[in-house]
Design a protein around this ligand. Structure first.
Ligand code: TZP
Ligand code: MG
Length: 209
C-alpha cells in the first residue's frame, strides 16, 4: 500500500481510551496511525496493532514502531536509531510492507541503500518535545528545508517533534508532505476536532506548495 502521510498519528500508550481516541482522530482526518509503546512486548504490540487494523478503514495505514515482528500483523514498521535499519526491515517484511525511517542527522540522507529500502522518511525531531526527552538535536524549520532539499522528492517526508496546530503550516511550507503528532491529538480534549483542524491546515499548506 502507499501511505498517506498528511496527518500521521503516533499513539501515546498512556492515553485513556486510546482506541476511541484513534477512531476519533481518523474520523477527523488522520491519514495513518503508528502503534508506539517502548515497553510493550511483541505479543501485546501485535494484538494492539491487529485490533486497530480490524477497525480502521483500509486506506489508513497501521504501522508499528520499532518491532519488525509485530509489524507482520499490519501494514508496516517505522524504524530509527537503535532499531534494525530499513534494509533489514525490508528483507524481513518483503516488498509490500510500508517501511518508514527516522533520520536524526542530515548525513543519513547519503545512505542510498537505506533510502532505497524505505517508503518514507521522518525528519526527527523538528522541535524538542517532552513526549521524547531522549531525542537528538532538533532540526528546526531550516533543518526540515535542508532535509527536503537533499531528499529532492525521492521519498515522501513527514516531520515529527513538537508540532502543534500553530506550527503545522510552517512545517509543510518547509517541505514536509505531512505532520506526525502525539500530544497534539492524544493530549487534546477533543481528538476528532484536533485532527480536523490539523488536517485542514496541512491541506491548505500543501495546496500552496
Ligand atoms: N519521535 C521524535 S519526536 C517524537 C517521536 C516519537 C514525539 C513527538 O511527540 P509530540 O507530542 O508530537 O511532540
Ligand atoms: Mg525506533
Amino acid at each position: 500500500m502507499t501511505i498517506d502521510l498528511r496527518l500521521y498519528l503516533v499513539t501515546d500508550p498512556g492515553t485513556e481510551r486510546l482506541d476511541d481516541v484513534v477512531a476519533a482522530a481518523v474520523s477527523g482526518g488522520a491519514t495513518c496511525v503508528q502503534v508506539r509503546d517502548k515497553h510493550a512486548t511483541t505479543r501485546a504490540l501485535t494484538d494492539r496493532a491487529r485490533a486497530l487494523r480490524a477497525t480502521l478503514p483500509a486506506h489508513v495505514a497501521v504501522i508499528v514502531d520499532d518491532d519488525v515482528e509485530a509489524a507482520r500483523a499490519v501494514d508496516g514498521v517505522h524504524v530509527g536509531t537503535g532499531d534494525v535499519p530499513p534494509s533489514v526491515a525490508r528483507a524481513t517484511l518483503g516488498p509490500d510492507a510500508v517501511i518508514g525511517w527516522s533520520i536524526n542527522h542530515l548525513d543519513q540522507l547519503g545512505d542510498d541503500t537505506q533510502l532505497a529500502a524505505c517508503d518514507y522518511v521522518a525528519v526527527s525531531p523538528v522541535w524538542a518535545t517532552v513526549t521524547k526527552p531522549d531525542a537528538t538535536e532538533p532540526f528546526g524549520l531550516a533543518g526540515v528545508r535542508a532535509v527536503a532539499d537533499l531528499l529532492a522528492r525521492r521519498l515522501p517526508l513527514v516531520a515529527i517533534g513538537g508540532i502543534d496546530l500553530d506550527r503545522t503550516a510552517d512545517v509543510v511550507r518547509a517541505g514536509a508532505d505531512g505532520v506526525a503528532v502525539v500530544s497534539a491529538i492524544c493530549g487534546a480534549a477533543d481528538p476528532r476536532s484536533a485532527a480536523e483542524h490539523l488536517r485542514r491546515v496541512v491541506d491548505a499548506a500543501l495546496a500552496e506548495t
